[in-house]
Design a binder for this molecule. Structure first.
Ligand SMILES: Cc1cc2nc3c(=O)[nH]c(=O)nc-3n(C[C@H](O)[C@H](O)[C@H](O)COP(=O)(O)OP(=O)(O)OC[C@H]3O[C@@H](n4cnc5c(N)ncnc54)[C@H](O)[C@@H]3O)c2cc1C
Length: 562
């Protein structure tokens, strides 16, 4: 294979980049994946996947020096001794917080697909109709029907567990057997749905193989063992990651080359050809500059880094960043509001227990402003809850030894935890831009982030506290305690927007196929493309959008349209 010229280049090898690579390769395109981080081989590079707590120098805790040096990543619940090697440390990759923003990143082959929590819900038709209907963002250029077949397509390959619940606000997908609610969760569900007729309660849908199908086994993946040590990388390939699933599928075609340690600096626009011809790369280790060329580029560096790369891709035609004729690149950043948490106790059922460590919670789709605007705030929130026994509320302790065994044989009463996942409104004054003076080690301008909550978010938090408390009271819980984490935006790790899709090139950057309005051979299919955030965990939507966009791009390429 020519080492500089390809049919397609994919920037980033995480959840969306892995999908772009698989689809492009399977459609016969010689594809180069450029990844800024180190290589991570499935299994071989999961050093802690089978470690026991007593084998870890700090018994799975982070030392104080690391906490002091890297406050942002240390606020992420999944950053521990057994997973730290898959997270970016603040110190190594600085950025500028014009307002507090916890930017959690995973720079390696596989990106954050190794460390995500794997919750996967489809959007409903109401999510796509919402912005246009209620006027808080530009209209999505697509509707649920456009994406539904692509959701099915990706769900079959990924393997999603869930029930067919028949709820139109959280449409059913192609599901493997669901995880089960425990007895207390079931009681709470029954009481909520009998008291609140507008609400639905269901077990979470997640990217875990509860019953692998032949095509999963052929990927070399196996059944989930409910170990809940997923963030370390799964030796069974039982949860979906680029490393266990999409990248091996792409490689099996013989069309894939992955180049780790390749920091994409910018995308090259040829003023004469009026299209993009390739990308500029800085070698992570040697700092050597290189160029690679292709007919079509898929940008999948994760939401904020894709904004950074586009803003840094300046040419005579596009002096303010690739495709940025309307000056909106980097603007309308939104995220998910996770600030509300509620804790409660539940009496009884102390002769009941549950098996394994289930990798999901109980979920309730949004019930606010769904079919029309009815509250004094825009949009709404999903609600999650779970009930459990052992270790809950206990001080952090060793997960071995006689005390640990005792606690597990006498696990004490039931405790309930409820949380929100609120939609935020994309706003022009929530934006990212490039530093004029500061650069990173690879010569890239530092990203400046200015993103904050607003009054709408405060109202949503209050509504969640009110409704969550009412639901838990009706469900028979006691000692209900509300807690506003006051966490900065970003810690939700669902940052979106900046390169939004839309119908009108005056107000958006991408069309309904994730194609740049003003640069037809560039497609952006990670979270930066999102016109609004919905209330669902977003990654399954990025996957479906990516597979759909590749299908379009390859047909357009064959027709000579791009
Ligand atoms: C702890 C945690 C829990 C989460 N839970 C969920 C969940 O339950 N459900 C859900 O839907 N989502 C969840 N997410 C979010 C999810 O991980 C992201 O939405 C998803 O990974 C985004 O996919 P992506 O391809 O856009 O980005 P990533 O997976 O982050 O991949 C981007 C890749 O691009 C590379 N890259 C960046 N810049 C450059 C450059 N200049 N040159 C070359 N390569 C570059 C990065 O190194 C990275 O490998 C969670 C995330 C975390 C960290």
């Amino acid at each position: 294979m020519d080492t500089r010229n390809f049919d397609a280049i994919v920037i980033g090898s995480g959840i969306s980049g892995g999908w772009a690579a698989k689809e492009l390769c399977e459609k016969g395109l010689k594809t180069l994946v450029l990844e800024r981080g180190r290589n991570v081989e499935h299994k071989a590079d999961y050093p802690t996947m089978l470690s026991d707590p007593w084998e870890m120098p700090h018994r799975n805790r982070i030392p104080l020096t690391d906490k002091l040096e890297n406050p942002v990543v240390n606020r992420c619940y999944a950053y521990k001794e057994d997973t730290a090697h898959f997270f970016v440390r603040d110190k190594e990759h600085p950025y500028i917080q014009e307002k507090p923003f916890d930017w959690v990143r995973g720079y390696q082959v596989g990106g954050k697909s190794l460390i995500w929590a794997r919750q996967t819900q489809r959007w409903s038709k109401y999510d796509f109709e919402g912005p246009g209907r209620d006027g808080f963002a530009v209209d999505w250029p697509i509707r649920y029907e456009d994406l539904a077949p692509w959701y099915s397509y990706v769900e079959r390959f990924v393997g999603i567990s869930g029930n067919k619940d028949g709820v139109e606000t959280l449409p059913d997908g192609e599901f493997l057997p669901a995880w089960e609610m425990n007895c207390v969760e079931k009681v709470i569900r029954d009481r909520i749905i009998s008291e609140f007729k507008d609400r639905h309660v269901m077990i979470g849908r997640c990217a875990h193989l509860t019953q692998p199908q032949d095509h999963h086994l052929q990927q070399g993946r196996g059944q989930c063992m409910a170990r809940n040590q997923c963030y370390r990388g799964c030796p069974f390939g039982a949860y979906f990651s680029s490393n266990s699933s999409t990248l091996p599928a792409a490689a099996a075609t013989g069309n894939l080359i992955v180049r780790p340690d390749s920091v994409v600096h910018s995308i090259i626009y040829d003023d004469k050809k009026e299209k993009v011809t390739g990308v500029r790369v800085i070698d992570r280790v040697t700092k050597e500059a290189k160029e690679y060329y292709a007919k079509v580029i898929f940008l999948n560096a994760a939401a904020l880094n894709s904004n950074l790369i586009l803003l840094n891709s300046q040419s005579q035609r596009f002096p303010y960043g690739l495709g940025n004729d309307n000056g909106l690149l980097g603007k309308y950043i939104a995220f998910h509001n996770y600030r509300g948490n509620i804790y409660a106790d539940f009496e009884g059922y102390e002769d009941n227990y549950y098996f394994g460590r289930r990798p999901t919670a109980v979920m309730m789709p949004n019930f606010r402003n769904v079919k029309k605007q009815e509250m004094d705030f825009l949009r709404g929130y999903m609600t999650f809850y779970s009930a459990g026994r052992s270790g809950w509320g206990a001080k952090p302790q060793e997960s071995f030894g006689p005390g640990f065994k005792e606690r597990n044989s006498l696990p004490g009463p039931w405790h309930v935890f409820m949380m929100m996942q609120g939609e935020t409104i994309p706003k022009i004054d929530n934006y990212v831009s490039l530093s004029e003076s500061e650069k990173d080690e690879w010569g890239m301008p530092l990203l400046k982030i200015k993103v904050d909550y607003d009054e709408n978010d405060e109202k949503i938090i209050n509504d969640f506290f009110e409704q969550g408390t009412a639901m838990l009271e009706k469900a028979g819980c006691s000692n209900i305690r509300k807690s506003d984490s006051k966490q900065a935006p970003g810690l939700d790790i669902h940052e979106m927007g900046g390169v939004r899709m839309g119908r009108d090139p005056e107000t958006s950057l991408l069309n309904g196929w994730n194609q740049m309005h003003h640069c037809k051979n560039v497609f952006v299919t990670d979270g930066s493309c999102m016109t609004s955030t919905g209330t669902q965990n977003p990654s399954i939507t990025y996957m479906a959008l990516t597979a759909r966009a590749v299908d379009f791009a390859v047909k357009a390429l064959k027709k000579g349209d791009i």
